[in-house]
Design a protein around this ligand. Structure first.
Ligand code: 5GP
Ligand code: MN
Length: 333
Protein backbone atom coordinates (compact mmCIF):
# COMPACT_ATOMS: atom_id res chain seq x y z
CA UNK A 1 0.00 0.00 0.00
CA UNK A 2 1.25 3.47 -0.86
CA UNK A 3 1.27 5.65 2.27
CA UNK A 4 1.68 8.97 0.47
CA UNK A 5 -1.45 11.07 0.84
CA UNK A 6 -0.91 12.07 -2.80
CA UNK A 7 -0.90 8.59 -4.35
CA UNK A 8 -4.45 8.80 -5.73
CA UNK A 9 -3.85 12.03 -7.64
CA UNK A 10 -2.98 10.36 -10.98
CA UNK A 11 -6.31 8.48 -10.83
CA UNK A 12 -8.14 11.75 -10.25
CA UNK A 13 -6.26 13.34 -13.15
CA UNK A 14 -7.19 10.43 -15.43
CA UNK A 15 -10.82 11.12 -14.70
CA UNK A 16 -10.53 14.91 -14.92
CA UNK A 17 -8.79 14.85 -18.29
CA UNK A 18 -11.79 13.10 -19.89
CA UNK A 19 -13.83 16.33 -19.67
CA UNK A 20 -13.95 18.99 -22.37
CA UNK A 21 -14.81 22.21 -20.56
CA UNK A 22 -13.91 22.55 -16.91
CA UNK A 23 -15.01 25.34 -14.57
CA UNK A 24 -12.68 26.25 -11.70
CA UNK A 25 -13.69 28.05 -8.51
CA UNK A 26 -12.32 28.75 -5.05
CA UNK A 27 -13.35 30.67 -1.97
CA UNK A 28 -14.66 34.22 -1.78
CA UNK A 29 -12.32 36.94 -0.49
CA UNK A 30 -9.61 35.20 -2.53
CA UNK A 31 -6.03 34.88 -1.28
CA UNK A 32 -2.76 33.66 -2.78
CA UNK A 33 -3.69 30.00 -2.48
CA UNK A 34 -7.20 30.26 -3.95
CA UNK A 35 -6.02 32.43 -6.86
CA UNK A 36 -2.75 30.53 -7.34
CA UNK A 37 -4.45 27.12 -7.37
CA UNK A 38 -7.30 28.11 -9.70
CA UNK A 39 -4.92 29.79 -12.15
CA UNK A 40 -2.37 26.99 -11.79
CA UNK A 41 -4.99 24.35 -12.60
CA UNK A 42 -6.29 26.55 -15.44
CA UNK A 43 -2.84 26.61 -17.07
CA UNK A 44 -2.38 22.85 -16.57
CA UNK A 45 -5.74 22.06 -18.18
CA UNK A 46 -5.10 24.43 -21.10
CA UNK A 47 -1.67 22.90 -21.69
CA UNK A 48 -3.43 19.53 -22.08
CA UNK A 49 -5.90 20.96 -24.60
CA UNK A 50 -8.80 21.11 -22.14
CA UNK A 51 -11.04 24.18 -22.19
CA UNK A 52 -11.23 25.89 -18.78
CA UNK A 53 -12.88 28.94 -17.26
CA UNK A 54 -12.45 30.31 -13.74
CA UNK A 55 -15.57 31.56 -11.98
CA UNK A 56 -15.02 33.44 -8.73
CA UNK A 57 -17.27 35.51 -6.51
CA UNK A 58 -14.62 38.23 -6.28
CA UNK A 59 -12.01 39.62 -8.68
CA UNK A 60 -8.27 38.93 -8.39
CA UNK A 61 -6.75 41.03 -5.57
CA UNK A 62 -4.43 43.77 -6.84
CA UNK A 63 -1.25 42.15 -5.49
CA UNK A 64 -1.93 38.97 -7.49
CA UNK A 65 -2.74 40.64 -10.80
CA UNK A 66 0.84 40.03 -11.98
CA UNK A 67 0.00 36.32 -12.43
CA UNK A 68 -0.84 35.23 -15.96
CA UNK A 69 -4.62 35.70 -16.36
CA UNK A 70 -5.65 35.37 -20.02
CA UNK A 71 -8.60 37.45 -21.19
CA UNK A 72 -11.99 35.78 -20.59
CA UNK A 73 -10.32 33.17 -18.37
CA UNK A 74 -11.61 34.66 -15.11
CA UNK A 75 -15.29 35.52 -14.71
CA UNK A 76 -17.12 37.11 -11.78
CA UNK A 77 -20.90 37.36 -11.27
CA UNK A 78 -21.08 40.71 -13.07
CA UNK A 79 -19.85 39.12 -16.34
CA UNK A 80 -22.91 38.56 -18.56
CA UNK A 81 -21.46 35.40 -20.13
CA UNK A 82 -21.15 33.54 -16.82
CA UNK A 83 -24.52 31.75 -17.15
CA UNK A 84 -23.72 30.54 -20.64
CA UNK A 85 -20.23 29.37 -19.65
CA UNK A 86 -21.62 27.39 -16.71
CA UNK A 87 -24.23 25.73 -18.92
CA UNK A 88 -21.58 24.71 -21.50
CA UNK A 89 -19.21 23.13 -18.98
CA UNK A 90 -19.16 19.39 -18.26
CA UNK A 91 -17.03 19.45 -15.10
CA UNK A 92 -16.36 21.79 -12.18
CA UNK A 93 -13.28 21.85 -9.94
CA UNK A 94 -13.70 23.58 -6.59
CA UNK A 95 -10.45 24.44 -4.86
CA UNK A 96 -9.29 25.55 -1.42
CA UNK A 97 -12.67 25.45 0.30
CA UNK A 98 -14.57 22.91 2.36
CA UNK A 99 -17.98 24.58 2.78
CA UNK A 100 -20.30 25.42 -0.15
CA UNK A 101 -21.17 28.88 1.22
CA UNK A 102 -17.49 29.78 0.77
CA UNK A 103 -18.11 29.79 -3.01
CA UNK A 104 -19.93 33.06 -2.45
CA UNK A 105 -23.62 33.95 -2.66
CA UNK A 106 -23.69 34.34 -6.47
CA UNK A 107 -21.58 31.31 -7.42
CA UNK A 108 -23.11 28.77 -5.05
CA UNK A 109 -26.54 28.58 -6.77
CA UNK A 110 -24.78 27.70 -10.04
CA UNK A 111 -22.80 24.98 -8.28
CA UNK A 112 -25.85 23.57 -6.49
CA UNK A 113 -27.76 23.13 -9.77
CA UNK A 114 -24.75 22.08 -11.91
CA UNK A 115 -25.50 18.95 -13.93
CA UNK A 116 -21.89 18.00 -14.78
CA UNK A 117 -19.18 16.17 -12.83
CA UNK A 118 -17.78 17.89 -9.74
CA UNK A 119 -14.31 17.69 -8.20
CA UNK A 120 -12.99 19.19 -4.95
CA UNK A 121 -9.28 19.69 -4.22
CA UNK A 122 -8.66 21.06 -0.74
CA UNK A 123 -6.50 20.94 2.36
CA UNK A 124 -9.05 22.00 5.00
CA UNK A 125 -10.45 19.47 7.47
CA UNK A 126 -14.02 18.20 7.56
CA UNK A 127 -15.45 19.08 4.14
CA UNK A 128 -19.17 19.83 4.10
CA UNK A 129 -19.29 20.40 0.34
CA UNK A 130 -20.50 17.55 -1.86
CA UNK A 131 -18.79 16.49 -5.08
CA UNK A 132 -18.42 13.39 -7.23
CA UNK A 133 -14.68 13.37 -6.54
CA UNK A 134 -13.38 14.64 -3.21
CA UNK A 135 -9.61 15.06 -2.85
CA UNK A 136 -8.99 16.43 0.63
CA UNK A 137 -5.37 16.23 1.76
CA UNK A 138 -5.07 17.93 5.13
CA UNK A 139 -1.32 17.23 5.28
CA UNK A 140 -0.81 19.61 2.35
CA UNK A 141 0.58 23.07 3.02
CA UNK A 142 -1.79 24.56 0.48
CA UNK A 143 -4.13 23.70 -2.34
CA UNK A 144 -1.37 24.85 -4.68
CA UNK A 145 0.78 22.01 -3.32
CA UNK A 146 -1.99 19.52 -4.19
CA UNK A 147 -2.34 20.90 -7.73
CA UNK A 148 1.44 20.90 -8.24
CA UNK A 149 1.61 17.27 -7.06
CA UNK A 150 -1.36 16.43 -9.29
CA UNK A 151 0.75 17.61 -12.22
CA UNK A 152 3.99 15.95 -11.09
CA UNK A 153 2.51 12.57 -10.16
CA UNK A 154 0.61 12.52 -13.49
CA UNK A 155 3.78 13.39 -15.44
CA UNK A 156 2.37 16.66 -16.79
CA UNK A 157 4.90 19.33 -17.55
CA UNK A 158 4.46 22.52 -15.55
CA UNK A 159 4.75 25.70 -17.63
CA UNK A 160 6.36 28.86 -16.30
CA UNK A 161 2.89 30.46 -15.97
CA UNK A 162 1.56 27.51 -13.96
CA UNK A 163 4.72 27.39 -11.81
CA UNK A 164 4.44 31.10 -10.90
CA UNK A 165 0.81 30.61 -9.79
CA UNK A 166 1.46 27.43 -7.80
CA UNK A 167 4.59 28.79 -6.11
CA UNK A 168 2.61 31.90 -5.08
CA UNK A 169 -0.03 29.91 -3.17
CA UNK A 170 2.53 27.71 -1.43
CA UNK A 171 4.44 30.82 -0.39
CA UNK A 172 1.37 32.67 0.93
CA UNK A 173 -0.30 29.71 2.71
CA UNK A 174 2.95 28.85 4.53
CA UNK A 175 3.34 32.51 5.52
CA UNK A 176 6.49 32.76 3.41
CA UNK A 177 7.79 29.27 4.37
CA UNK A 178 7.48 29.91 8.12
CA UNK A 179 4.31 28.10 9.26
CA UNK A 180 4.37 24.51 10.62
CA UNK A 181 3.56 22.89 7.24
CA UNK A 182 6.93 24.11 5.92
CA UNK A 183 8.55 20.71 5.50
CA UNK A 184 11.57 19.56 3.53
CA UNK A 185 9.14 18.12 0.94
CA UNK A 186 7.44 21.51 0.60
CA UNK A 187 10.81 23.20 0.12
CA UNK A 188 11.76 20.59 -2.52
CA UNK A 189 8.43 21.20 -4.29
CA UNK A 190 9.03 24.96 -4.21
CA UNK A 191 12.48 24.32 -5.69
CA UNK A 192 10.93 22.20 -8.46
CA UNK A 193 8.54 25.06 -9.26
CA UNK A 194 11.51 27.43 -9.39
CA UNK A 195 13.13 24.99 -11.85
CA UNK A 196 9.93 25.25 -13.90
CA UNK A 197 10.28 29.03 -14.08
CA UNK A 198 8.78 30.51 -10.90
CA UNK A 199 10.74 33.55 -9.76
CA UNK A 200 10.74 33.59 -5.92
CA UNK A 201 12.23 37.06 -5.57
CA UNK A 202 9.83 38.70 -8.01
CA UNK A 203 6.83 36.82 -6.55
CA UNK A 204 7.68 37.85 -2.99
CA UNK A 205 8.07 41.46 -4.08
CA UNK A 206 4.81 41.58 -6.06
CA UNK A 207 2.73 39.80 -3.41
CA UNK A 208 4.14 41.25 -0.21
CA UNK A 209 5.35 44.74 -1.13
CA UNK A 210 2.02 45.84 -2.53
CA UNK A 211 0.29 47.69 0.28
CA UNK A 212 -1.43 50.92 -0.67
CA UNK A 213 -0.52 54.08 1.26
CA UNK A 214 -3.99 54.08 2.84
CA UNK A 215 -3.64 50.43 3.86
CA UNK A 216 -0.37 51.18 5.66
CA UNK A 217 -2.08 54.10 7.45
CA UNK A 218 -4.90 51.72 8.38
CA UNK A 219 -2.32 49.30 9.80
CA UNK A 220 -1.17 52.14 12.03
CA UNK A 221 -4.68 52.48 13.40
CA UNK A 222 -5.07 48.70 13.74
CA UNK A 223 -1.82 48.42 15.73
CA UNK A 224 -3.01 51.24 17.93
CA UNK A 225 -6.22 49.31 18.61
CA UNK A 226 -4.42 46.14 19.75
CA UNK A 227 -5.49 44.89 23.17
CA UNK A 228 -4.16 41.99 25.23
CA UNK A 229 -6.11 39.57 27.43
CA UNK A 230 -5.24 36.55 29.60
CA UNK A 231 -1.88 38.04 30.71
CA UNK A 232 -0.78 38.67 27.15
CA UNK A 233 -1.62 35.18 25.83
CA UNK A 234 -4.44 36.55 23.69
CA UNK A 235 -3.85 39.53 21.43
CA UNK A 236 -6.83 41.10 19.68
CA UNK A 237 -6.79 43.72 16.95
CA UNK A 238 -10.28 45.19 16.79
CA UNK A 239 -11.50 47.48 14.02
CA UNK A 240 -14.93 49.11 14.26
CA UNK A 241 -17.06 50.27 11.36
CA UNK A 242 -16.00 53.88 11.75
CA UNK A 243 -12.35 52.74 11.37
CA UNK A 244 -13.18 50.83 8.19
CA UNK A 245 -15.23 53.33 6.23
CA UNK A 246 -14.06 53.25 2.62
CA UNK A 247 -11.93 50.12 3.10
CA UNK A 248 -12.42 46.48 2.08
CA UNK A 249 -11.07 43.19 3.52
CA UNK A 250 -8.30 43.32 0.94
CA UNK A 251 -6.86 46.40 2.69
CA UNK A 252 -6.41 44.36 5.90
CA UNK A 253 -4.60 41.41 4.31
CA UNK A 254 -1.85 40.18 6.64
CA UNK A 255 -2.75 42.47 9.56
CA UNK A 256 -3.65 39.51 11.79
CA UNK A 257 -0.06 38.23 11.67
CA UNK A 258 1.10 41.13 13.83
CA UNK A 259 -0.95 39.79 16.75
CA UNK A 260 1.27 36.71 17.13
CA UNK A 261 4.45 38.74 16.81
CA UNK A 262 4.19 39.92 20.42
CA UNK A 263 6.25 37.86 22.92
CA UNK A 264 4.00 35.54 24.91
CA UNK A 265 1.11 35.68 22.43
CA UNK A 266 -0.49 32.26 21.99
CA UNK A 267 -3.66 33.24 20.17
CA UNK A 268 -4.20 36.31 18.03
CA UNK A 269 -7.19 37.70 16.22
CA UNK A 270 -8.33 40.44 13.90
CA UNK A 271 -11.98 41.27 14.51
CA UNK A 272 -13.59 43.64 12.06
CA UNK A 273 -17.02 45.25 12.09
CA UNK A 274 -18.21 46.28 8.61
CA UNK A 275 -20.72 48.96 7.61
CA UNK A 276 -23.26 46.25 6.57
CA UNK A 277 -23.19 44.99 10.21
CA UNK A 278 -21.16 41.88 9.33
CA UNK A 279 -18.51 41.03 11.90
CA UNK A 280 -15.56 39.07 10.50
CA UNK A 281 -12.91 37.32 12.53
CA UNK A 282 -9.56 36.02 11.46
CA UNK A 283 -7.87 34.00 14.19
CA UNK A 284 -4.36 32.56 14.49
CA UNK A 285 -2.72 30.31 17.07
CA UNK A 286 0.80 29.17 17.91
CA UNK A 287 1.35 25.45 17.16
CA UNK A 288 0.24 23.97 20.54
CA UNK A 289 -3.03 25.93 20.54
CA UNK A 290 -6.10 25.92 18.32
CA UNK A 291 -8.69 28.44 17.14
CA UNK A 292 -10.91 26.42 14.81
CA UNK A 293 -13.38 25.54 17.57
CA UNK A 294 -13.91 29.28 18.18
CA UNK A 295 -14.65 30.07 14.52
CA UNK A 296 -16.87 26.97 14.26
CA UNK A 297 -18.90 28.31 17.17
CA UNK A 298 -19.65 31.31 14.93
CA UNK A 299 -20.47 29.18 11.86
CA UNK A 300 -17.02 29.50 10.25
CA UNK A 301 -14.10 27.13 9.97
CA UNK A 302 -10.53 26.85 8.73
CA UNK A 303 -7.45 25.11 10.08
CA UNK A 304 -6.47 24.44 13.70
CA UNK A 305 -4.05 27.39 13.77
CA UNK A 306 -5.63 29.69 11.14
CA UNK A 307 -9.37 30.01 10.99
CA UNK A 308 -12.08 32.53 10.25
CA UNK A 309 -15.78 33.28 10.43
CA UNK A 310 -18.22 35.98 9.39
CA UNK A 311 -21.31 36.79 11.44
CA UNK A 312 -24.13 38.65 9.71
CA UNK A 313 -25.82 41.24 11.92
CA UNK A 314 -23.21 40.49 14.58
CA UNK A 315 -22.84 42.36 17.85
CA UNK A 316 -19.14 43.21 18.04
CA UNK A 317 -18.94 43.55 21.83
CA UNK A 318 -20.72 40.22 22.44
CA UNK A 319 -18.55 38.46 19.87
CA UNK A 320 -15.34 39.81 21.39
CA UNK A 321 -16.49 38.69 24.85
CA UNK A 322 -17.14 35.17 23.58
CA UNK A 323 -13.78 35.02 21.78
CA UNK A 324 -11.97 36.11 24.97
CA UNK A 325 -13.75 33.43 26.98
CA UNK A 326 -13.27 30.61 24.43
CA UNK A 327 -9.64 31.56 23.80
CA UNK A 328 -9.09 31.39 27.57
CA UNK A 329 -10.29 27.78 27.56
CA UNK A 330 -8.02 26.93 24.63
CA UNK A 331 -4.99 28.57 26.30
CA UNK A 332 -5.56 26.84 29.65
CA UNK A 333 -6.25 23.37 28.22
P1 5GP B 1 -8.37 34.08 7.13
O1 5GP B 1 -8.32 34.33 8.59
O2 5GP B 1 -7.05 34.25 6.47
O3 5GP B 1 -9.51 34.76 6.44
O4 5GP B 1 -8.73 32.54 7.00
C1 5GP B 1 -7.99 31.56 7.67
C2 5GP B 1 -8.55 30.21 7.34
O5 5GP B 1 -9.88 30.11 7.79
C3 5GP B 1 -8.58 29.93 5.85
O6 5GP B 1 -8.17 28.60 5.67
C4 5GP B 1 -10.01 30.09 5.46
O7 5GP B 1 -10.34 29.20 4.45
C5 5GP B 1 -10.78 29.80 6.74
N1 5GP B 1 -11.93 30.69 6.84
C6 5GP B 1 -11.90 32.04 6.89
N2 5GP B 1 -13.15 32.55 6.98
C7 5GP B 1 -13.99 31.49 6.97
C8 5GP B 1 -15.43 31.35 7.03
O8 5GP B 1 -16.18 32.33 7.09
N3 5GP B 1 -15.91 30.08 6.98
C9 5GP B 1 -15.10 28.98 6.92
N4 5GP B 1 -15.68 27.77 6.88
N5 5GP B 1 -13.76 29.08 6.86
C10 5GP B 1 -13.21 30.30 6.90
MN1 MN C 1 -5.36 27.36 1.23
Amino acid sequence: MNSSPYHLLPTVWNELQTFKHVLISAHLDPDGDSIGSTLGLYHLLKSQGIQATIVHQHPVPKNLEFLSIPEKAYLTPSDPEIENVVSMADAWCVLDLNAPQRLGPDIRPFYDSFAGHTFVFDHHVEPSITAHSLTVITEASSTCEIIARLALTSNLSISKDAAQCLYTGIMTDTGGFRHPRTTADVMRLAATLIDCGADPVMIYDKVMNAQSFSSVKLLGKALNNVQVEHDGSLVLMIMRKEDLEGYSSEDLEGFVNYTLSITGAKIGGLITEWPDETVKMSLRAKPQFEVRSITEHFGGGGHMQAAGARVKQGNLEEIVKTIISMAGQSINK
